[in-house]
Ligand binder design. Structure first.
Ligand SMILES: Cc1ncc(COP(=O)(O)O)c(C=O)c1O
Length: 461
């Protein structure tokens, strides 16, 4: 075992309820993976020891949020929890209209509908998250990622690696007339949870306004982004995360939010915006796909938990703890020589699989292989952000993504430093045995969002 002498400051909470976890024997994990078609999404969570598959919907709620569940008003229309949620979101974002949705991708779907995306249109982002991309592309519209090129250099340390390349944006607008939507993903999940600076948000806003293109924030991790701005951007050190968040939102026409991240809830999302016509259009559509516009596919109690979570997430104590936890995990791994995406992001530490397993070509899915080995050997579940998720076929040729990452997403308020130490020791151990790992081939490819349902078999050397 490696020895870690770093210490984290104590978390700003204590534990009131515990959920037992246990590590099953390695041979059972091997069988479980095989039965799952070597797809970690199909492994029963009971068979996972430390689950870093996602930070989405996996937060531990506070006693205040749990208490809120008992105050759920389950009236079909106009329940009191909606008005609480609406007030909280209006105060945080400054937008006039609020529409709850059951999660982020449904908000994306409604935004695509409202802005009339179709096969003659194009949407541009720093980097689209996979569900956003899928929602846009299923309308027939094209998507284009314009994150700064430095984002693709995993060892480069830069304060705001999630920024959108504004020159590329101007050139794209000049070249194509059909851009129907600009989206900034804050923080940039696909690029490793890297933040976007206030300066960049303001510049994108200016370009969008002068070209009359709607500008929407995909703000699942708005509080984490605000905290990075506080720490790293000149002029924001003395401001509260709440004030910074409010300024971020002020530059856009609206936001679509998966509240399963910085809403600190297990389910929930919302849209907030200023345009009354769009609001009405979305409300009409809502009734068909999500339910009455004041409940958005959620129970009254879920709305209450979300309202309370959105308040709690902006606490500076919480954000400092969260930041430190991520830095601890990422920097400890880096100190042991593990290739991690630099700098450490807001919700995840990302292993660079191309450097971790240089002997496996992208056509054999190195990040996928690393995810599976992490589970089989140590019971840790991570997720691939690489060729399974992002490779695409053009003219019968596979185009592979520039990054091949294994994301260790850290659920909020869930794991202790001891858990993180176990993860660090496991990865350091695995790094010493990387050459034993082999690649995979796909045996079933479902097409859209294939990582969720694809099946695989190991390539026997
Ligand atoms: C940036 C971003 N946008 C949208 C989504 C989709 O949200 P949901 O999973 O709530 O549908 C996610 C989920 O991980 C995300 O990270």
């Amino acid at each position: 075992m490696t020895k870690l002498d770093r210490r984290l400051p104590p978390p700003p909470f204590k534990i009131k309820v515990v959920e037992p976890i246990k590590i099953i024997p390695q041979k059972e994990r091997k069988l479980s993976l095989e039965a799952a078609g070597y797809n970690i999404f199909n492994v029963a969570s009971e068979n996972v020891y430390i689950d870093l598959l996602t930070d989405s919907g996996t937060s531990a709620m506070s006693d205040f949020q749990w208490a809120g569940l008992l105050q759920g008003d389950e009236a079909y229309a106009q329940c009191k929890n909606f008005f609480h949620l609406e007030k909280v979101i209006k105060e945080i974002t400054g937008y006039k209209y609020v529409i709850p949705t059951h999660q982020g991708r449904s908000a994306e779907n409604l935004i695509c509908f409202a802005y009339n995306l179709n096969n003659a249109k194009m949407a541009v982002s720093n980097q689209f998250f996979d569900t956003t991309k899928a929602n846009i592309e299923t309308t027939g519209a094209k998507t284009l990622d314009l994150v700064i090129h430095e984002a693709y250099d995993t060892s480069l340390v830069l304060d705001f690696k999630g920024n959108l390349d504004t020159n590329a944006l101007k050139n794209t607008i000049e070249k194509y007339e059909n851009i129907a939507l600009i989206v900034l993903t804050i923080t940039n999940n696909t690029g490793g949870g890297q933040p976007v600076s206030m300066k960049n948000i303001a510049e994108v806003s200016k370009i969008a306004k002068s070209n009359n293109i709607p500008f929407i924030l995909d703000a699942a991790r708005f509080a984490e982004n605000a905290y990075f701005i506080k720490l790293r951007e000149k002029g924001y050190g003395e401001k509260t995360p709440r004030a910074i968040a409010r300024e971020m939102f002020s530059y856009a026409d609206g936001c679509m939010v998966s509240a399963k991240k910085d809403g600190l809830v297990n389910i929930g999302g919302f849209i907030a915006l200023n345009d009354e016509n769009m609001f009405n259009k979305i409300k009409e559509r809502m009734v068909i796909i999500e339910g009455f516009p004041t409940y958005g596919g959620l129970a009254g109690r879920d709305l209450e938990a979300m309202a309370r979570g959105l308040e709690e997430v902006l606490s500076e104590d919480y954000l400092e703890y969260r930041y430190n936890q991520l830095q601890y995990l990422g920097n400890s791994l880096a100190e042991f020589g593990i290739p991690v995406l630099q700098p450490i992001g807001g919700h995840s530490v990302n292993l660079d699989a191309l450097k971790f397993l240089p002997h496996i070509p992208q056509s054999q899915f190195p990040a996928w292989a690393l995810v599976n080995t992490l589970y089989e050997r140590y019971g840790i579940r991570a997720v691939e952000l690489g060729s399974v998720m992002f490779a695409r076929k053009e003219n019968n040729i596979w185009i592979y993504p520039k990054l091949e990452l294994v994301r260790l997403a850290i659920p909020r308020r869930v794991y202790s430093q001891e858990h993180l130490n176990y993860v660090i020791d496991s990865i350091v151990d695995l790094y010493q045995h990387g050459s034993e790992i082999s690649g995979y081939e796909i045996t079933y490819d479902p097409g859209v969002l294939r990582h969720f349902n694809a099946r695989f078999k190991p390539i026997v050397k």
